[in-house]
Design a protein around this ligand. Sequence first.
Ligand code: MG
Length: 372
Amino acid sequence: MKITEIEAIYLKIPDLDANRCDGTQDTLLIRIHTDAGITGVGEVDSVPLVAKAAVEAPASHSIATGLRSLLIGENPMEVERLWQKMYNGTIYFGRSGPAVHAISGIDMALWDIIGQHVGIPVSEAMGGTYRKRLKAYASSLMPDTISEAAALAERYAAQGYKAMKFGWGPIGRNARFDEEQIRVIRETVGPDIDVMIDGGLAWDLKGALRMAEVYEKYGVFWLEEPLHPDNLSGYRELSGRTGLYIAGGEQESGCMAFRRLLDEGHLDIIQPDLGRCGGLTEGRRIAQLARERHKKVVPHAFKTGVLVAASTHFAASIPDGFLIEHTVSASPLARDLVQEPIEFKDGYVHVPDRPGLGITVNEAIIEQYRVR
Ligand code: MG
């Protein structure tokens, strides 16, 4: 089997608001076609047009090459070798950042092809399905008012979610307001639902230490990205001085960045985004780093159903996977791009047993939101 074409398709909703930290407003979809008639699908979480350029740029020289030109004519079954070929072909402009983001979407599509060709789900193709269902947490932006926060918490609990996360938005502007938000959320959902807070880089170390005490009081399961991702010494000190799990890593790409988060930042939970970290192939290496250090991995996913499917297969195929992120965004890209969303029931998603990622993308949605 040979790769015959790679498409990088930019999708965007018309009323995108760049002031919101909401990645479901646009995306870069990857489609890889083969001479066997199999098409694989992947998704990149980056600035879509920057990652698209990393795919489409013609070759400049041996270590500065667009990804498409590296893969045409290659055998998609050799995913590990192709990953190294892409990594080495982009040394000048890659090794992290947009080139690795683009590699992520291509790698995802290659695993989709492998699964379809062999006739097994991606989780099985990656080495085995440890679990058939996974807890999924509702992932929402923190609303601007206390009453909206209570209403959302109530809605997610009613939908069956056993875990929910609120992040970004007003968090970090006013400590008393932040405390009131979490107090009301906890009061609304009761003691048995996991609540997580995504600080959205809101604080410095002292601010985060103060808020960690507050969140601990309300039984928050993890505090995510309270500090700037470069502040590794801050993360280390915070982690050493609080009983809360400290989570982060969605910003990072490549194994080495995650090694730093674990070894220098002492994070408890790392959150590789499979559309950004280097794909399923690199994600598996990142999960191994966490496993060696007895730390947890929960994939970050705030895009479309393509990434949700990849995250589900990933978390099912690593020994310690236990939870995935479920964006509750109302964006049509998040809701409608994939025709058969991963089944969600009573707080859990069921790992699809269809070949590959087990999804098909809706052509009408692509045509409606495609930017040429
Ligand atoms: Mg986050």
